[in-house]
Design a protein. Structure first.
Length: 181
């Protein structure tokens, strides 16, 4: 069980980092300790989102509970870590989302609810937040569906590795296609 938790945390941190701009973040770093300003203690956090310009951070908490939504008590604990560390807010990652009381705490304390399938991998996943759904469908394609239900397929270029928006079966980015022409 602990291996699943660790894998879930690593996948969540990787996917949040890959989509950092969607969350107003510069990057997402993995598990680390953060000092408490009020308590003087130290908190181990699952991941840390660094805000644009590096002028603040958000705490990322991953909870792979597959039988119940996150409750008010769990979100209250995250809210205190945010307060104690001076974080700008938080992101709670879980498969099932939030109960009603937890949703109220999240709204009051600037905690974003991200739902990530419990069996996600870096290549195959379903991640939902802020009326957006991002799907990993295989090793290189991602479909992004927003409220307008538009779809983009993103791939890594076979030649240079740069991520690009693919049309149909394209496997090379526009720059590499231009060099090949």
């Amino acid at each position: 069980m602990s291996r699943n938790w660790r894998s879930y945390e690593e996948v969540a941190a990787y996917l949040l980092d890959r989509n950092a701009q969607e969350f107003g973040l510069q990057r997402v770093e993995g598990k680390q300790a953060v000092g408490g300003c009020r308590s003087g203690g130290s908190w181990e956090i699952d991941a840390k989102g660094v805000q644009e310009g590096g002028e603040g951070f958000v705490i990322v908490e991953c909870r792979r509970h597959t039988t119940s939504k996150q409750n008010q008590e769990r979100l209250g604990a995250l809210a205190y870590r945010i307060l104690d560390t001076g974080a700008a807010g938080g992101i709670i990652v879980s498969p099932l989302g939030l109960q009603e009381g937890a949703a109220r705490v999240a709204a009051a304390e600037h905690i974003l609810d991200v739902q990530l399938d419990a069996n996600s991998t870096p290549a195959e996943f379903a991640m939902r937040f802020l009326n957006r759904l991002i799907l990993g469908v295989g090793c290189s394609a991602i479909a992004i569906v927003g409220t307008a239900a538009s779809v983009q397929v993103l791939r890594n270029c076979e030649a240079c590795g740069v991520r690009f928006t693919a049309l149909e079966n394209e496997t090379s980015c526009p720059d590499c296609r231009a060099k090949q022409a």
